[in-house]
Design a protein around this ligand. Structure first.
Ligand code: SF4
Length: 395
């Protein structure tokens, strides 16, 4: 069978680092042209060597970062052309472009739409000036509102908004006001992330110096429940712990590939890839590999025609089982019992039956589709970490 391809492009540039963010990015924008040249070369080289043949059309492309909206039309055109040569983009390909509301240009947006960008994920994060300032964002709440208008005026209707909640002092009323303000912008999709303190970020340093006191996790969980209930009443499809679609047809196809552990190709510094290959003895090898988070090294290697420094690992059966549980329990599709039985060589039910029954009795989970899928309820998602831990300790 010819598989559809899922492609991720990491654009490692930001105007300024946000206080909470640990994604790999650099603020030296003068390197963008060299990065684009290197990226096009990487796509070409990898499509000649590692990418499986024969290929189907690309099902999804996701420009993430960093700040993809710092790319100009000529750069984006070169990248899309390279992807098309290697993977065949088509009108049905979901092409998502992450954008920072502080970096959107109307004319660029129109060109992007003409090149096939059909989904924009806007890093709004908050519509409250105080919260935006605490997060260290470069944009204002008004910028976010105007960004949505600009994207729509460019002819792109499939708009996702990223929001962050759980900042110190945030109340349920405040969160609902934030959600209301976001819903007023009539997005197709919302990603609502709980603020987490990542090592190496400015917020983490502030915390160590006693200048930032994070919200207690139990309070964050209360906010999670409030947001989920509020959006559910308004008809939103809560299809992954942090993700909501206006309609099931507007779920992110690209993220679904990650959640279903489908192979994908990642390009750019720090990008990860996942591949399933036939081993010499005919068995399947599940490989994860990644480019080093090193923009200069990436550019220099590709300048002389080498692939950039990278790391890799072959996933053991236990690792795949763990990922299956960790990712599956986050989604409204849950765990598919048949897939579990395959992955556990028919022992899935033996290993997990009593745990699943126990969770079901407590109202944290239920079976759907005539018992073929095991899905956490909202009460279960509120205890996701400990439930995942209970599964993992049985692996
Ligand atoms: S949150 Fe986005 S814009 Fe801010 S530093 Fe991270 S990648 Fe850049």
């Amino acid at each position: 069978m010819i598989e559809s391809e899922h492609l991720y492009i990491h654009v490692p540039f930001c105007i300024k680092k946000c206080r909470y963010c640990d994604f790999y990015s650099k603020t030296d924008l003068s390197l963008i042209p060299d990065y684009v040249t290197a990226l096009v070369q990487e796509i070409r080289l990898r499509s000649q060597s590692t990418v499986s043949q024969p290929k189907g059309n690309a099902a999804t492309v996701y420009f993430g970062g960093g700040t993809p909206s710092l790319l100009g039309p000529r750069h984006l055109e070169a990248i899309l052309q390279a992807l098309d040569n290697a993977f065949s983009l088509c009108r049905q390909t979901e092409i998502t472009f992450e954008a920072n509301p502080g970096t959107l240009d109307d004319i660029h947006l129109k060109s992007f739409q003409g090149m096939g960008i059909n989904r924009v994920s806007l890093g709004v994060q908050s519509l409250d000036p105080t919260q935006l300032s605490l997060l260290g964002r470069i944009h204002s709440a008004d910028d976010a509102v105007h960004a949505v208008e600009k994207v729509r005026a460019a002819g792109i209707e499939n708009i996702s908004l990223d929001l962050i909640y759980g900042l110190p002092g945030q109340t349920e009323e405040h969160l609902i006001r934030e959600l209301d303000a976001a819903l007023d912008l009539t997005p197709a999709h919302l990603s609502c992330y709980m603020l987490t303190l990542e090592p190496g970020t400015a917020l983490h340093v502030m915390h160590e110096r006693g200048k930032f006191l994070p919200m207690a996790q139990s309070d964050q969980v209360d906010l999670f429940r409030a947001a989920a209930k509020y959006l559910k009443i308004r008809g939103w499809d809560h299809y992954e712990v942090s993700n909501f679609a206006k309609h099931t047809s507007l779920r992110s196809l690209h993220n679904r590939a990650y959640w279903q552990m489908v192979p994908y190709h990642g390009f750019g510094p720090a990008a990860h890839s996942y591949a399933v290959k036939s081993d010499t003895d005919g068995s399947a090898a599940y490989k994860r590999f990644w480019n080093a988070p090193d923009l200069n090294g990436y550019i220099n290697a590709l300048k002389i025609g080498d692939l950039p420094a990278s790391g890799s690992e072959i996933l053991t059966l236990e690792q795949r089982q763990m990922e299956y549980v960790m990712v599956g329990l986050r989604t409204s599709m849950g765990l598919d019992i048949r897939t579990g039985q395959n992955l556990w060589q028919n022992r899935f039910l033996t290993v997990f039956q009593s745990l699943m029954k126990n969770l079901e009795n407590k109202g944290f989970a239920r079976h759907l589709d005539a018992g073929q899928r095991f899905v956490l309820t909202l009460q279960g998602w509120m205890r996701l970490d400990s439930i995942v831990a209970s599964f993992v300790e049985r692996i």
